[in-house]
Design a protein around this ligand. Structure first.
Ligand SMILES: Cc1cc2nc3c(=O)[nH]c(=O)nc-3n(C[C@H](O)[C@H](O)[C@H](O)COP(=O)(O)OP(=O)(O)OC[C@H]3O[C@@H](n4cnc5c(N)ncnc54)[C@H](O)[C@@H]3O)c2cc1C
Ligand code: FES
Length: 239
């Protein structure tokens, strides 16, 4: 695919727009695996939004690979594996789904919100960030017609605290993505059922190397293939 835009959205957070064949992507919550020049392993990044011939990703620079991505200019060509992972199941949502995203766990929830809104669902989103300088995507969720709340750990934007401090009273199902401590807190706190998207370091990214296996209540599963999205009831976490 060809880079058409690579712009800074928030502190260390970039939006990368690409043109090319994205027809392999079927569901929100799937990810792509990017090959970067000079790096042996591909970098997995969630799909923020896509059409048949375009793809938008949002990523944070955390190490050498993502720093290399931030230096890509329009016109650069990228080799991607697309449509990886299972993605979220909107059929489980009920009428009033709740979306819970933390930091760079927010991007896959945008494509999900878009699909749920197209299906006529009343969507609420709670987006959590460390501080106001890290925040992005809020107006995108609002533009979809989602009732959107924001939390920051230092109270510099929205409500002070974590996404679990801003849960609405009633919702039919939850969808979550974010850092592991946040996902565990959601798993403990949210009473209705839900789906959580997990992250793990990956080798191949398409099910061949077993490098991303985790234990679930129905046996070992590969995050890149049977995941990254798992049902709350599948995870062997303890309260
Ligand atoms: C399914 C999935 C979806 C993701 N979606 C996003 C997204 O939408 N936006 C975003 O900013 N980040 C996302 N990540 C995290 C992203 O893959 C890492 O931040 C990135 O690979 C770091 O690469 P690096 O070379 O900059 O860092 P380094 O630390 O130098 O990377 C070294 C190695 O560790 C791997 N690695 C490092 N951190 C992670 C991590 N958190 N998860 C998995 N592998 C990691 C790298 O891929 C690389 O192979 C996702 C991860 C997964 C597994
Ligand atoms: S990364 Fe190779 S099986 Fe998941």
């Amino acid at each position: 695919m060809t880079v058409t835009e690579n712009s800074l959205l928030a502190r260390d957070v970039y939006r990368l727009r690409l043109a090319g064949d994205a027809s392999g992507i079927e569901r929100p919550g799937q990810f792509v695996n990017l090959l970067l020049e000079g790096f042996f392993l591909r970098r997995p990044i969630s799909v923020f939004d896509w059409t048949e011939d375009s793809l938008t990703l949002i990523y944070k620079t955390v190490g050498q690979g993502t720093a290399h991505m931030s230096r890509l200019s329009p016109g650069a060509e990228l080799d991607l594996l697309t449509g990886l992972g299972n993605g979220y199941d909107t059929g489980l949502s009920g009428d009033k789904p709740l979306l819970l995203g933390g930091g760079v766990g927010v991007p896959p929830l945008y494509a999900l919100a878009k699909k749920l809104r197209e299906e006529g669902k009343q969507v609420r989103a709670v987006l959590g960030f460390r501080t106001a300088a890290d925040a992005f995507g809020i107006t995108d969720f609002e533009a979809l017609g989602c009732e959107t709340a924001v939390t920051t750990e230092d109270g510099s934007l929205g409500r002070r605290g974590f996404v679990t401090d801003a849960l609405p009273d009633a919702y039919s199902f939850f969808y979550a993505c974010g850092p592991l401590p946040m996902l565990r807190a959601i798993w403990r706190t949210c009473k209705p059922s839900g789906q959580l998207s997990l992250e793990e370091r990956m080798g191949c990214g398409f099910g061949a190397c077993m490098g991303c296996s985790i234990q679930t209540l129905s046996g070992p599963k590969r995050i890149c293939r049977e995941g990254p999205v798992f049902r709350k009831e599948e995870l062997p976490w303890t309260v």
